[in-house]
Write a protein that binds this ligand. Structure first.
Ligand code: SAM
Ligand code: SF4
Length: 429
């Protein structure tokens, strides 16, 4: 979502007469789009800010902090970091060109002006802003913004405000545009993407309509909430040839008392029924999840329920996080963050180790099969290797000397080896 928001900001700044550079040494203005979801995201921003201090001492420079951290900390951030001139929350990006221009003008007169725009809106969807996208095979399209779920650990409702959906016409026009621009894959985005609703359009209908846009190869979506999974949505994932066979299904915990404290609105049993329902419709759908370990008052026995959930569902992959208390949230106000750091770390390690073994076994099962792979570019480790994704979002790597492939192409590759995170492929003959 932040990458998408940065694309919106780039577009708004270009319309405001600014020119973009990725070279920080040449920039007159440096903006950082930030996340507030966990403490380590905050820490990273402070590190980047201190890197800019020397630059700002040498010459006039406007520094801006955008996004959730700006929204969450507001003036506390500008007071703590005298370096910061501009703050803009996720619903205030339209004000950026004006705020930046005022900060530049003040600097030219030898003054410092701190500008901030951190009001949340019930309506802002940036529907009329065409994001300035980076080249690649995937185009993000936000279909809704904000979240009304108020999971007790989560800062999103406070930083991104109330849930609001875009009109389907605008989303479909954007989908047709990105296809015409050459993007092969669309990822529909929302904090709670499957609660999308506009008139009599629900998320399943929208997903199918986007996947029906002529020329699109693959459609993905993230992040759905387990509470909004009607049969029509499972059917759309299972049967539409352009909708990827992958569902990210954040569980957060496998214990009912903790799920209740988290305000997730489902029980372990209801979650497992949904997993069974998805797999009964199509057992090839790849399932992944998010887990939080060490939430307030989580006992060893309650943690063991989460461990058993992973062992029982056998996800293809899981993102496992240590609970991190966030300012303003219900948990921060009502519950003590009382699981010791060392215990949180032990729990994360236990889950990561278990999941690595499961992912390894799951990936091993693909050896010998031929899979369609959307080429994304070079592998991280070597420009001699190509990298792409299966329909189920599993990373595939191959030697370019053997299969050249170019970004955007779908190759049928033969899987000959695997690890916990990667499938290794060669040409299929
Ligand atoms: N909307 C999605 C859902 O309902 O599951 C999740 C989106 S959230 C931005 C991404 C993930 O960050 C969550 O699934 C959760 O696992 C993790 N997360 C959120 N708040 C957290 C916190 N306070 N501490 C640790 N992890 C957190
Ligand atoms: Fe946060 Fe997701 Fe819960 Fe919304 S549904 S409050 S984004 S975890």
């Amino acid at each position: 979502m932040n990458e998408y928001d940065s694309e919106l900001v780039r577009s708004l700044l270009i319309s405001g007469g600014f020119v973009l550079t990725s070279d920080r040494v040449r920039a007159d203005v440096i903006l950082m789009n930030t996340c507030a979801i966990r403490e380590n995201a905050h820490t990273k921003v402070y590190t980047h800010l201190s890197d800019l201090r020397a630059l700002k001492r040498q010459r006039p420079l406007v520094v801006g902090v955008l996004g959730c951290m700006a929204q969450n900390l507001k003036e506390e951030l500008t007071n703590k970091e005298p370096l910061v001139d501009v703050l803009a929350g996720p619903d205030s990006y339209r004000q950026l060109p004006k705020l930046i221009a005022e900060a530049i003008e003040a600097q030219e007169q030898g003054l410092r002006l701190k500008g901030s725009a951190v009001d949340l809106s019930e309506y802002e969807t940036y529907d009329d802003v065409i994001p300035q996208r980076r080249d690649g095979v995937n185009a993000w399209i936000a279909v809704m913004r904000g979240c009304d779920n108020f999971c007790s650990f989560c800062v999103v409702p406070y930083t991104r405000g109330r849930e609001r959906s875009r009109e389907p016409e605008g989303i479909l026009a954007e989908a047709r545009l990105v296809v015409a621009q050459g993007f092969k894959q669309i990822t529909l985005l929302g904090q709670n993407v499957n609660s999308y609703r506009s008139g009599d359009w629900d998320f399943a209908r929208l997903l199918v309509a986007v996947a029906d846009v002529p020329g699109i190869e693959r459609v993905r979506f993230t992040s759905p909430h387990p509470k909004d999974f009607p049969p029509a949505l499972v059917d759309a994932v299972s049967s539409h040839p352009k909708v990827c066979k992958h569902i990210h299904l954040p569980a957060q915990s496998g214990n009912d008392r903790i799920l209740g404290l988290m305000n997730r609105t489902y029980s372990r049993e209801a979650y497992l029924e949904l997993v069974d329902r998805i797999r009964a419709v199509n057992q090839d759908i790849v399932l992944t999840t998010d887990i939080i370990a060490g939430f307030c008052s989580e006992t060893d026995a309650e943690f063991a329920d989460t461990y058993r959930l992973l062992a029982e569902v056998r996800y293809h992959a899981a993102f496992i996080f240590k609970y991190s208390e966030r300012k303003h949230t219900i948990a921060a106000r009502k519950f003590a963050d009382d699981v010791p750091e060392a215990v949180k770390s032990e729990r994360v390690t236990a889950l990561v180790d278990l999941q690595r073994e499961i992912s390894r076994e799951r990936n091993r099962a693909y050896i010998g099969s031929i899979l369609p792979v959307l080429v994304e570019g070079d592998a991280k480790r070597s420009s001699q290797q190509g990298m792409g994704k299966t329909d189920g979002n599993i990373t595939v790597v191959w030697a370019k000397a053997c299969v050249p492939g170019h970004p955007g192409e779908i190759l049928n590759l033969s899987i000959y080896d695997s690890s916990a995170s990667t499938l290794y492929a060669t040409a299929s003959y």
